[in-house]
Design a protein around this ligand. Structure first.
Ligand SMILES: Cc1cc2nc3c(=O)[nH]c(=O)nc-3n(C[C@H](O)[C@H](O)[C@H](O)COP(=O)(O)OP(=O)(O)OC[C@H]3O[C@@H](n4cnc5c(N)ncnc54)[C@H](O)[C@@H]3O)c2cc1C
Length: 246
């Protein structure tokens, strides 16, 4: 049963598609939401839409100390500029995003130029904190978790939106079998978890591993240098982190 302020709902099957960190996760004391802060669970995301002029067919990726920033073309003459950093950078900047951008992101001359010259469309950036890439369970309290609620891939490596859609397809297949009395509830939950793990667990592990390269300057620089000089290495990483079409 799901109780809301308006009404209570009773249903045979429920899915949780409430994203990376919801009040429900806290209420249910899901493990990832209660563990102490660590290197993989305390990230901050910041997003702007900017007006600029970059190639439309290129997704730019710029790194900075303890973070990275992606820029891609969206509609009209606008671009999405989105960066992920660990919370430590924000703490070091007295909790101020402008200070963090000035003192940390702008150490990278490319980002300095972009942030200084681009016209920012939003009045204020969209931000999200306490982003966690820790492992999650795919079924909690008989609820099938979908999308980021089931597990979140690091944005550097993944296409999280596609994964969310794919997981909903995997869940729908098993729910359909259960509702038609072909399998039991327990089988539905087990089969969904198994299939989710088969499709995504390796990709998430790889994502976490690559994310760890973006912590220490020498490690990040070596990683970027190898990637730049070896398209085969980049293709290998893409194959490990992006699934086949479904
Ligand atoms: C910095 C950053 C950059 C990213 N870049 C990309 C990218 O370039 N490409 C890509 O594919 N993915 C990217 N992702 C990942 C992508 O955003 C997610 O993987 C995707 O949005 C997951 O979809 P979802 O439906 O699971 O969750 P969401 O899109 O977060 O949707 C969940 C929804 O549930 C709502 N909700 C939460 N709690 C409740 C509640 N109690 N009741 C009702 N509603 C509730 C939320 O308000 C939200 O609208 C990025 C993520 C981050 C953090």
């Amino acid at each position: 049963m799901i109780a809301t302020s308006q009404k209570n709902y009773r249903s045979l099957v429920a899915c949780g598609a409430f994203g990376k960190r919801s009040n429900i996760d806290i209420g249910w004391k899901r493990k990832f939401a209660t563990v102490a802060k660590n290197k993989l669970n305390n990230y901050v995301g910041v997003k702007y839409h900017i007006r600029a002029s970059f190639p439309a067919d290129t997704i730019a990726l710029h790194n900075f100390y303890n973070g990275y920033c992606g820029i891609s073309k969206i509609e009209a003459d606008k671009y999405c500029l989105c960066y992920l950093t660990n919370a430590e950078n924000l703490v070091r900047s007295n909790g101020s995003i402008p200070v963090m951008e000035k003192t940390i992101l702008m150490q990278n001359p490319h980002l300095k130029k972009i942030l200084n010259e681009a016209e920012i469309v939003f009045p204020a950036p969209l931000t999200i904190s306490r982003i966690s890439f820790d492992e999650k369970k795919q079924v909690e309290r008989n609820v099938l978790m979908i999308g980021d609620a089931a597990g979140m891939i690091t944005p550097l490596c993944g296409n999280g939106m596609s994964m969310a859609l794919h997981a909903s397809k995997l869940a729908a297949e098993q729910i359909n079998l259960f509702l038609r009395d072909h399998i039991t509830r327990q089988e539905m939950e087990q089969r969904y978890t198994q299939r989710w793990q088969q499709h995504f667990a390796k990709r998430l592990r790889m994502g976490r591993m690559i994310q760890r390269f973006f912590g220490q300057t020498w490690l990040t620089n070596s990683f970027v240098a190898i990637s730049k000089s070896s398209p085969r290495f980049v293709n290998f990483l893409v194959r490990q982190t992006h699934g086949a079409s479904f």
